[in-house]
Design a protein around this ligand. Structure first.
Ligand code: SF4
Ligand code: FES
Length: 574
């Protein structure tokens, strides 16, 4: 039997209002839970890192219900209400945990004066160059200085000069003058990336962040330090000074680097992607992602992108191409090379095409080594999707030698290839010439050159869709930028081919219309589920039907294969 964890709640009083918060919640988080725009300003605290308590910006007043020391009896005021014993000095909210009856003041004169003092102190040596700073628009120091600062400086001495544009690694540049010594980057490198390379040297106002001698910030998570740096000290060497963040549109997406399915945000403007950053999902990636995952959009931009629907090299419309593809599939002995990189929607229609053309379906594995954090062994985002859709019922082979044999023997004379370079996977270019090929892909390659029908594909950044990650969590992604003009989303073309094979009329062509079929056709999905209704944090599916498959993922930040199996195993007799 699965036992839901029980959370203990305690009642505390924040600015005169009683609130129930989970026991052990620190005051920064407790105040956040009150909502109504209430916030305890902070720099060094980060919800996913250890507490350092060094910036002192999160000062609050704290008091506890008074008791008589001798008798233990509650001390009451003249109205019979228990008195609150306020601490004489403010305390830091990040290191104070909620306890029953605790009283907190986040807005008293004493608190305001503390924040004011801390801000003035931080700005003594911080350059006042916000107009040219790359962090403008997302700088906590700038925001809190405006909100909690004095508005003028009493410092007339010479500011400290520290190193500028220091290279910490190939992807991160440090402006030491801007560093407020919060140590978030140091703690991240040590605690999450497990690469203890950063530290402070020198004392007092001369304290400086640096890499340990002979080391560099070169791990595959280095750009997370840029995300969490509350000021403009750490910047992405690639992104710095390219674009003001307030010009950029943010779109929720999913990283396709591996089956982890890290939640991401795509920052784009006028059809161009400028950067990718992680989006918080405590069940998947916390607030982190790999550096390599942030670079994936560049792969789409390079190379010879397919932009036209063609039949025998002649440009056609998508409808003509889909009809021609359906005709080939009807006549031929078909094998489909599907892809674990395709979305749930695309795989659903691949399955429909396979059923209607009596085709065999093969997937190829894309495995690598895990880093134990957010890069899993399965370097495809949606292998689970292929299983849930019923496209395949087993884990993929490493190559396509079985399909190659079928071509040799004449059992297959037509191939539908979805985004796989099959000539590097066991089907030689010579063998490929023996079959009629329908190729759906992003870039031109040997397969598209020989294909009778070519269908251009959209990248994950250009279409809506969903993936199912390593722990069977259905997550949706949205189009951030438009694809090449005239190119339809892949699922629509596949849907057109599937419909043509069954001589059915195509429905509306929207993703939610497609989900009317998908939700009904896939047993793991609720009939009423639509793409739009998949929650932002994803939807956990029932994995029990697949628990016996030998998945390659072992253990990473949020996944442990043994624990996952155990947690979902149905006890005998249940
Ligand atoms: S570089 Fe940024 S994250 Fe690192 S200690 Fe300085 S202010 Fe904090
Ligand atoms: S956030 Fe509490 S001391 Fe920095």
């Amino acid at each position: 039997m699965k036992v839901d964890s029980v959370v203990d709640y305690v009642t505390i009083n924040i600015d005169g209002e009683d609130v129930d918060v989970p026991k052990g919640t620190n005051i920064i988080e407790a105040v956040k839970m009150v909502g109504k725009g209430k916030e305890v300003p902070h720099y060094c605290y980060h919800p996913k890192l250890s507490i350092a308590g060094n910036c002192r910006m999160c000062m609050v007043e704290m008091g506890m219900p008074m008791r008589d020391r001798a008798t233990g009896e509650a001390v009451l005021d003249e109205n019979g209400v228990q008195k609150i014993g306020w601490m004489p000095k403010p305390t830091i909210g990040c290191a104070t945990n909620a306890a029953p009856g605790m009283h907190i003041r986040t807005n008293s004169e004493m608190v305001k004066e503390s924040r004011n003092g801390v801000t003035e102190f931080l700005l003594i040596n911080h350059p006042l160059d916000c107009p040219i700073c790359d962090q403008a628009g997302e700088c906590r120091l700038q925001e809190f200085s405006a909100e909690h600062g004095r508005g003028y400086s009493r410092f007339i001495e010479q500011k400290n000069v520290k190193p500028k544009r220091t290279r910490l690694g190939s992807r991160v540049t440090l402006d030491d003058e801007r560093c407020i010594l919060c140590s978030r980057c140091i703690r991240f490198s040590k605690e999450i990336a497990k690469d203890d390379v950063l530290g402070f040297v020198d004392r007092g106002t001369y304290s400086t962040l640096t890499c340990f001698p002979g080391k560099e910030l070169e791990n595959n998570y280095s750009l997370n330090t840029v995300d969490i740096c509350p000021v403009g000290a750490l910047t992405s060497t690639d992104f710095r000074f390219k674009m003001r963040v307030w010009f950029l549109k943010r779109t929720h997406s999913i990283c396709t680097e591996s089956s982890v399915g890290a939640n991401t945000e795509i920052w784009s403007r006028e059809g161009k992607i400028y950067r990718i950053t992680p989006r918080r999902n405590d069940a998947v990636n916390d607030t982190w992602m790999t550096d390599s995952g942030r670079e994936l959009f560049k792969e789409v931009e390079v190379g010879d992108r397919l932009t036209h629907y063609t039949i025998d090299g002649v440009h056609k419309t998508s409808a003509e191409t889909a009809a021609a593809a359906a005709k080939l599939l009807k006549e031929g002995k078909v094998a489909i090379i599907a892809s674990p990189h395709s979305s749930v929607e695309e795989q659903f229609y691949c399955k429909a095409i396979a059923d209607r053309s009596e085709a065999t379906v093969s997937l190829v594995s894309h495995y690598g080594a895990t880093d134990g954090i957010l890069q899993s062994e399965d370097r495809s985002p949606n292998l689970r999707g292929a299983l849930v859709n019923g496209l395949v019922d087993h884990l993929p082979d490493a190559d396509l030698s079985a399909v190659a044999q079928q071509i040799e023997s004449g059992a297959v004379d037509t191939l539908l290839v979805v985004n796989e370079e099959v000539t590097q996977l066991g089907i030689s270019a010579e063998l490929l010439k023996k079959v009629k090929v329908i190729y759906i892909g992003l870039h031109a390659n040997v397969v598209s050159e020989d294909a009778a029908i070519v269908i251009p594909s959209l990248s994950v950044f250009e279409k809506d869709g969903s993936f199912i990650n390593q722990s069977f969590r259905l997550q949706r992604f949205k189009a951030a930028i438009p694809g090449p003009r005239g190119v339809l989303s892949d699922f629509m073309v596949l849907e057109h081919i599937a419909e043509a094979l069954a001589d059915e009329k195509i429905p509306s062509g929207s993703i939610d219309a497609a989900w009317e079929h998908i939700a009904k056709g896939v047993s793991q999905f609720d009939d009423s589920l639509r793409w739009r209704s998949i929650p932002e944090e994803g939807l956990e599916l029932d994995p029990t039907a697949f628990l016996d498959l030998p998945f390659v993922e072992t253990k990473n930040l949020k996944y442990d294969s043994a624990a996952f199996k155990e947690a979902h195993a149905t006890p005998a007799g249940a």
